[in-house]
Ligand binder design. Sequence first.
Ligand code: GAR
Length: 226
Amino acid sequence: MLTPTAKKRVAILISGRGSNMVSLLEAARAPDYPAQIVLVVSNRPEAAGLERARAAGVPTLAIDHKQFATRMAFEAKLHQALLDARTDLVCNAGFMRMLTGGFVDRWRDRQLNIHPSLLPAFPGLDTHERALGEGVKVHGCTVHFVRLEMDTGPIVAQAAVPVLPGDTPESLGARVLEAEHRLYPHALRLVASGAARVVNETIEMVVPNVVPKTLFSPALYSAPET
Ligand code: GAR
């Protein structure tokens, strides 16, 4: 079993309600979880997630990007805050601020992001609307290491959900969000424990992988006999 000192020190970056942050905080309560959440930072002081983190007893920091003349000045402050907290890993959880190459490089292979689509499909915004517009039958979410180009980088883990007849962006988004809340703690566990690591820009698993059953969408069925 991991001793508490072996746990990776994780900072979570948010911009809004922080529901993925909460799922990470909850997972990290387990004694055998390989990460502890040492800091939550928001670039928006009004982010609801800050209050949720405070209520959970986690140190929080608001670094309002509007108070900085340049992206680099904002990122220098953020970088220092992460160093001060002796951060090993950074988890972007609904952090809606583009990062420059300098920051991305400093945290290379130590910064994760969650995105609400099965990347490389639907990078960017409005992923659920676009998935419905394309008529895909399977949608989902991705946790990946951060690279300079938005929503790219080695994929650690993905979760798929079916697109159901009559889905709206809201109903599909809610199904994906539920999957996100299970996926992010799982992916962080893989990375923080050393079970998954970046090799040649893909993820190498150093533990055996249990192959899941196939998801069919629509589900397999036999036509009723007439
Ligand atoms: C989540 O759906 C997350 O995947 C998405 O923002 C939402 C944040 O919700 N992130 C992105 O779109 C980043 N490209 P939360 O604040 O409740 O975790």
